[in-house]
Design a binder for this molecule. Sequence first.
Ligand code: ADP
Ligand code: MG
Length: 504
Amino acid sequence: MARAELMDYDKALELFEPVIGLEVHVELNTTTKMFSPAPNPANSAFHGAEPNTLVTPVCLGLPGSLPVVNGAAVRSSISLGLALGCTIAESSRFARKNYFYPDLAKNYQISQYDEPIAYEGSVEVELANGRVFQVPIERAHMEEDAGKLTHVGGSTGRIQGAEYSLVDYNRAGVPLVEIVTKPIFGAEADAPELAKAYVSTIRDIALSLGISEARMERGNLRCDANVSLRPRGTEPLGTRTETKNVNSFRSIERAVRYEIQRQAAILAKGGTITQETRHWHEDTGTTSPGRPKSDADDYRYFPEPDLLPVEPSRELIEELRAVLPEPPAARRRRLKGEWGFTDLEFQDVVNGGLLVEVTLTVAAGATPAAARKWWTGELTRLANAGQTDAASLATPEQVAELAALVGEGVLTDRLARQVLEGVVAGEGSPREIVEARGLAVVSDDGALVAAIDEALASQPDVLAKIRDGKVQAAGAVIGAVMKAMHGKADAARVRELVLERAQG
Ligand code: ADP
Ligand code: MG
């Protein structure tokens, strides 16, 4: 595929104003699905189940099967709507969105259309440079997820070029909330970062409510990014493209930036933008055309005749409002103080989308400093190398365990980094990896003393210098001992022992 022409980013911003709109799908972690008692694979307890094992007749749209609304999913949706500052509808309705696709057995998706459960809200989002945005929310509505297709035989995993496709209906009927923003103006050059920070804030909200596992790499959180440009000084909105299912925070930022540069190049030449969905390609950092975007009319939405309207009582709404967690922006301010981080340290955590990870790692017993260090240091480095998010590489419990092992003196930082590589490779918990890879520090002084005596004996000149008080000469011996121990010794302890033995 020919690479699209891109305009220089600053130049694009000079000529055009970017307008973005974000659609985020949040998979709820309820025990069962949206309209059936089938186990929900978006709940960690059922994640990774064999294909087509989490299905009921409702998931397959079999004749005679009828949907029943999951009350827990409704409560989660109301909580989410409230956390987004939305009004909760006194009465909201489900609607059928009709289209044919093999992963949607009924040939329609039960969604909400003109009567969503929540509407008109606002979310505070803070950028690295300190700018604070109120992102306007249009609506949040409940719907069901479709199944999953796997296209086999082609080189790209896409349907084009595939020999056959497999359908897994486990995901069919997973409860979703789709959160749609109004068009967002005024972000200017920060638009790509705002898109990323917004999705990261939605993730924080979902996690603090406990309503979703919110793991992007598992598709628990999916973002479609709409981007349009309008020439400076003009009023009407430009034609938008919708880049689908970008599955990491860094890709959201890159995809929005790419679309701004691509559209600017076309518009500057007098061309027009086609209203369409586009696919993001992580490997090349580009987007390619998907399908022309249907208008809502094409879906033949109509009220779902098998379900009653959802009419939550005022008491229920107030009960859920009363237990809402702190809003993300306020929580950030509080945590920064509690953790005692500098502005820069705290920004590192926030920019990496790691606020929740650090919070949970501290809750699992690590010190704030250690939690921050591992998440923004080694894990971020590994994430960048693998073009993914640090949050997808390890769990807070694993990082807390790693920090504990360092604290107990079982691991040096260097060994801990090796253990972390094992964690990322899925070799197990840090303790299991220390065991399996034999990585624990040699804390047995006997073994160290033997190696030290040997090193001192083979370097009599060094020994003489140390005895003369030239303590810095000990470095050579420490180096030899660390080498003999394959790096699995605590250098400070070795140094102590070297000085002791040299005097002895
Ligand atoms: P669709 O059915 O196409 O997904 P939605 O209403 O669900 O439509 O979402 C469209 C998203 O695009 C919303 O976030 C909306 O604010 C945004 N949007 C609409 N028009 C524009 C535009 N011209 N430029 C950028 N974003 C837009
Ligand atoms: Mg949409």
